[in-house]
Design a binder for this molecule. Structure first.
Ligand code: ADP
Ligand code: MG
Length: 386
């Protein structure tokens, strides 16, 4: 049963009628550009065919009530009395978006419904941003004067995640969930939120490989990386590492290491070289050059392993196994890191064999059970039939 059918059925059972709105907000896979978003840099994610679905109807009072097919306790709150319970309960994502919309001056309408998702949790495919963008979309469905504008809603979702939930994430996840485009990756300049659709090289497929390891909530490793980047940016006397070129970095890297430490130097090197790789990746994708794109993905993985240190042993195994397979142009860990998924660019006609070979080898080597799927690029958050 598709998730769309599932949320409609569940809604029917709980509320005794058909839902008025069906909303879909996708998860994402990042092809290249990791931990560059909060450095005002460049990213190249795509929205995927795994998503958060909501079936809803408006309420006449000021309440939001949502059940999840995955979690027993519902989200239930009133719009004029938002309380952050700080328990990492899923309701905080919905409350956070509500709070951010209200802070922006919007008078909201209540709604109720059912949520279902096939974005794996904590796997680096951003189930949290998908929930945030689905919530924002739900409010636009039931609130007459609230318009849907992807960058505006992405910024409010990020504010919710940063200030309400307490995870200091960048803007990439919300932007791609809000603004994704079918059959395309999306180049995002995280400074001005301008976007450009980038087609996948002809004859290639994007394969997501879940290591079956997970990052934790509001990961302190993530927040530490952000602080180190800020330290490096102030050393270079810029607001964000986006403004440092590799040539500038190289001429001052020894001094950065001497005045701070080797770790800060390596963190900066990752971000600065990763931004350059994204720009090269876009040129390669536009030229249909899968070989160069793959090489850049491999280099990105190495940089995340050695300089930014956000991979884990299993993700390294997965990337290495993938890179060694026939038909694979390149592979890298994807998402915030410390567990989760890797992504590979593979010759489309070899993708099924690739998936089988990598999953067998990985499961044998690690005693874990990977899940590997060929994914499609989809559109961003939408009200169906809109
Ligand atoms: P991710 O990398 O998937 O974004 P996060 O830790 O940022 O990981 O967000 C995961 C959180 O999102 C979960 O702990 C839960 O609160 C919420 N979530 C994800 N999927 C669902 C779901 N199907 N139902 C309810 N909440 C969900
Ligand atoms: Mg998240």
């Amino acid at each position: 049963m598709s998730l769309q059918t599932r949320v409609i059925d569940e809604f029917q059972q709980q509320f005794g009628e058909t839902p008025q709105f069906i909303i879909r907000a996708p998860g994402r896979v990042n092809l290249i550009g990791e931990h560059t978003d909060y450095n005002d840099g460049f990213v190249l994610p795509m929205a995927i065919d795994r998503a958060v679905w909501l079936a809803i109807r408006p309420r006449t009072d000021n309440r939001v009530y949502v059940t999840s097919t995955a979690i027993d306790t519902p989200t239930d709150f009133t719009l004029d009395n938002l309380e952050n319970e700080g328990q990492h309960h899923w309701s905080e994502y919905l409350k956070g978006v509500t709070w951010a919309l209200q802070e922006a001056g919007h008078k909201l309408n209540g709604w109720e419904g059912v949520l279902a998702s096939d974005v794996p949790v904590g796997a680096g495919l951003s189930s949290s941003a998908a929930i945030e963008m689905a919530t924002a979309r739900a409010f636009t469905a039931v609130t007459p004067d609230l318009a849907w504008d992807p960058p505006t809603m992405a910024l409010l979702g990020q504010k919710a995640e940063n200030q309400w939930v307490g995870a200091n994430t960048g803007i990439m996840d919300q932007m791609i969930s809000a603004a994704g485009e079918q059959n395309h990756a999306l180049f995002i300049d995280c400074r001005d939120l301008s976007t450009k659709s980038i087609p996948l090289p002809a004859g290639t497929a994007v394969v997501i490989m879940d290591s079956a390891t997970r990052h934790t909530h509001v990961d302190s490793g993530y927040n530490t990386r952000r602080e180190q980047c800020e330290t490096a940016a102030s050393f270079f006397a810029v607001s964000h590492l986006r403004d440092v070129t590799t040539a500038q970095f190289e001429s001052k890297s020894a001094e950065l290491e001497a005045t701070h430490d080797n770790e800060v130097m390596r963190r900066a090197r990752h971000v600065i070289t990763e931004n350059e790789r994204v720009l090269q990746a876009i040129a390669a994708m536009q030229a249909g050059d899968a070989t160069t794109m793959g090489r850049l993905m491999n280099e990105s993985h190495k940089s995340m392993d050695q300089d930014f240190e956000i991979t884990n042993e299993q993700l390294n195994v997965l990337a290495q196994l993938a890179q060694a397979q026939e038909g694979c142009f390149g592979a890298r860990m994807t998402g915030g890191g410390f567990g989760g998924c890797a992504v590979a660019l593979v010759a489309a006609d070899q993708a099924t064999d690739f998936a089988t070979a990598v999953s067998q080898a990985y499961d044998q080597q690690t005693n874990l059970q990977s899940s590997i799927y060929i994914c499609q690029a989809t559109a961003g958050a939408a009200i169906l039939g809109d």
